[in-house]
Design a protein around this ligand. Structure first.
Ligand code: APR
Length: 256
């Protein structure tokens, strides 16, 4: 790994006090969670065209496929643990340098690593919650999981008869307005914006690095492969998020 780039990154961390860390599925692959667009990722196993919000609300067959995706994710992700990248991000909060984690991830590994829930803005929702699309009544994912494991379908809302859905944002579904607004506010007022493990191809989430850069922040992109925003970044480090974040935090502590 490029030592000069790591030292520059460590200096940026040391001299910044209002950091936004933006994460995608790539920050969690070292915890055993597949990402979406790498070979073998989620969209290699499930057709994203089948998983849109419109399909979910209009087609019982698409709903069956959607719940099957969640049965597998709930089964595979129950025992996942944070990796060094998540722990490094939690350390930034302990050092009182973190403005927010703006994440596209739905598995709660940032909170499990030690970031306080109020510091984690989940743009694409949370896979451990289910709610009614009409009256927003909350339901238990464990009960849904057990029903699916027994080959049963998920009933409609017992209160209003509306459709139940995991509280993650599907293509075509509105992002939570309050969370999106806070993510935009924090991205446009930070001094350092670090994007980790995202292909930066899904909007409006992918506007955040651009907003930060346009507002005068330094932009660092950490990813295993190039992204569309590399050309506007102040620093691009290609490689494994866990190793890069661990080493950068070690170097930034040495300078202190
Ligand atoms: N270290 C660094 N980068 C990694 C690692 C790793 N250990 N593992 C994977 N990556 C990179 C991949 O190369 C890829 O560029 O992380 C990126 C993950 O990109 P995607 O799979 O597209 O995931 P993400 O950017 O989070 O997708 C955004 O798309 O399908 C929707 O709602 C879904 O929130 C998701 C959104």
């Amino acid at each position: 790994m490029d030592k000069g780039k790591l030292e520059f990154f460590a200096r940026l961390i040391k001299t910044s006090h209002n950091i936004v860390v933006f994460t995608g599925a790539g920050v969690s692959t070292e915890s055993g969670v597949p990402d979406f667009r790498s070979p073998g990722g989620i969209w290699d196993r499930f057709d994203p065209q089948e998983m849109t919000f419109q399909k979910f609300v209009s087609s019982p067959e698409s709903r069956r496929k959607y719940w099957e995706l969640f049965r597998i994710c709930w089964k595979e992700f129950r025992g996942i643990e944070p990796n060094p990248a998540h722990l490094a991000i939690a350390e930034l909060e302990k050092q009182e340098k973190l403005s927010a984690v703006v994440t596209q991830n739905v598995e709660e590994l940032h909170q499990k690593a030690g970031n306080r829930p109020e510091k984690v803005l989940q743009l694409h929702g949370n896979m451990w919650k289910i709610s009614c699309l009409e009256c927003e009544a909350p339901y238990s994912w464990q009960e849904a999981y057990n029903r699916l494991e027994q080959g049963k379908m998920i009933d409609n809302c017992s209160r209003c008869g509306g459709l139940l859905k995991p509280a993650t944002i599907s293509f075509g579904q509105q992002l939570p307005a309050k969370i999106l607004k806070e993510a935009q506010m924090r991205s446009s007022s930070c001094d350092l914006f670090i994007s980790i493990g995202s292909s930066l191809v899904v909007y409006p989430a992918a506007y955040m690095p651009q907003l930060a850069k346009e507002s005068g922040a330094k932009l660092v992109i950490i990813n295993r492969e190039p992204t569309p925003f590399d050309s506007i970044a102040d620093l691009v480090i290609e490689g494994q998020a866990g190793e890069i974040m661990k080493k950068a935090m070690e170097l930034s502590r040495q300078d202190r």
